[in-house]
Design a protein around this ligand. Structure first.
Ligand code: PLP
Length: 423
């Protein structure tokens, strides 16, 4: 018997038959409120007529053009827009087919930048524990999500690790937040020095941690400190904005709220809001100039780079976000959502923390609110909550805790920016 392989090989998920706005329907007639945007993807909701029209128009002109032969107006316009709206001199945009590929391209761009400068000894990336940067082998190696890495470990390159910035669980009671931040930056500096600064390519982190920690912004000054250390030791700062970028946190780029300019930003998910698979790397001038003045070729090419229909979808999404003032909406709705969640669950014995930025919102589930003791990860509570919510017609995005108790179960909410207060 032929079959489609599903993630869960033992269970076929419900069949989606239609989706509109914030709602999806399955073949059995069940309706679901998409409160997580899938996995923080659908920032405009489903079936937005303007995105569909833009895609259809592009399909009628040029459905596909291999980037080794042609460019297209739509890809050029999208790149121009993403670069213009990015902070600092993040002016250069390379279009890929999704978030993991964006991370792969960012890592390769960073390594090539070193090689073209004659620094071939630079081979170390530094990333954080309990991070997720994608599922292809390079991106999986970069991420510190043990469960996802476990069986592929022998295939993964070594990455140096530092602690995440995760105040709720890791800042000891009574410690000044500024001291906590300084401690994390000391750890990063020690890690750079241990590896030998001349061997380090770059440091990668999510400005607001999405899936692995559940919508956790950094403490004030953390990313300014990261930028300063990267500058001090001549290493690149890569911001993974695959989940938190493109308006999800209330600004188009999440780093805008940190007041820093990374050397490379990886985008995915919200870029085309799920209408097409597309990702991007947005790169500062000095990085691209080095490649342009060196070999002149970026050694990363996939068949679907700069896909015209994907670019048309992304461009339409970007225009709608601006036209309909949806960055402001994400900020306002996010504040309202967190307030409503606090009203509803703020005193719940098993909700330890309600947090986030913009419309990236997390709830951490604990056994004990006072001690913050997480549930036993073997209970798979997060998965049970997801199933229970689905049974009630609500989509939430779950993540389990770790056996060492350094992370608890949580669920992520990432509703579309078009959600109303009534939703
Ligand atoms: N980086 C982050 C922060 C992500 O959350 C994800 C996906 O969840 C990725 C990278 C990988 O993106 P994709 O699943 O589109 O390959």
């Amino acid at each position: 018997m032929t079959q489609l392989i599903h993630r869960n090989l033992r269970r076929t998920p419900p069949t989606a038959v239609c989706a509109f706005g914030m709602y999806m329907r399955d073949k059995d007639g069940n309706t679901y409120m998409d409160a997580s945007g899938g996995a923080a993807v659908s920032s405009l909701g489903h079936s937005h007529p303007d995105v569909l029209a833009a895609m259809q128009a592009q399909l009628k002109t040029t459905a596909y053009a291999h980037s080794g032969f042609f460019t297209t107006d739509v890809a050029e316009e999208l790149a121009h827009r993403l670069g213009t709206d990015a902070p600092g001199d993040l002016n250069n945009v390379y279009l890929v087919s999704g978030g993991s590929e964006a991370i792969e391209a960012a890592m390769k761009m960073a390594r090539q930048y070193c090689v073209e400068n004659g620094e071939t000894q630079r081979r170390v990336f530094i990333a954080r524990k309990q991070s997720y940067h994608g599922n292809t082998l390079g991106a999986l190696a970069l991420g510190g999500n043990e469960a996802r890495r476990k069986q592929f470990e022998p295939l993964l390159m070594t990455v140096a690790r530092v602690s995440p910035c995760y105040e709720y669980r890791h800042r000891p009671a009574g410690q000044d937040p500024a001291d906590y931040t300084a401690g994390l930056l000391d750890e990063l500096e020690r890690t750079i020095l241990d590896a030998g600064p001349q061997n380090v390519i770059g440091f990668c982190a999510e400005p607001v941690v999405g899936a692995t920690l559940g919508a956790v912004p950094a403490t004030p000054g953390y990313f300014k400190g990261v930028r300063a250390l990267c500058d001090k030791y001549g290493i690149l700062f890569i911001a993974d904005e695959v989940m938190c970028g493109m308006g999800r946190t209330g600004t188009l780029y999440a780093v805008e709220q940190e007041g820093v300019v990374p050397d490379i930003v990886a985008l995915g998910k919200g870029l085309a809001a799920g209408y097409q698979p597309i990702g991007a790397v947005v790169v500062r001038d000095h990085v691209v100039e080095r490649l342009r003045n060196g070999s002149g070729i970026f050694q990363h090419g996939h068949t679907y780079n700069a896909h015209p229909v994907a670019a048309a979808a992304a461009l339409a999404v970007q225009k709608i976000i601006k036209r309909d003032c949806l960055l402001g909406a994400a900020t306002v709705r996010g504040t309202t959502l967190r307030r409503m969640l606090r009203d509803a669950f703020g005193a719940h014995p098993h909700v330890g923390d309600i947090r986030g930025r913009g419309l990236l919102v997390g709830l951490e589930l604990v056994q004990d609110r006072d001690t913050k003791r997480p549930f036993d990860p073997d209970l798979q509570l997060h998965a049970a909550v997801k199933e229970k919510a689905l049974g009630c017609g609500l989509m939430v995005y779950p993540m389990g805790g770790t056996a060492d108790g350094k992370r608890g179960d949580h669920i992520l909410l990432a509703p579309p920016f078009i959600a109303t207060e009534a939703d």
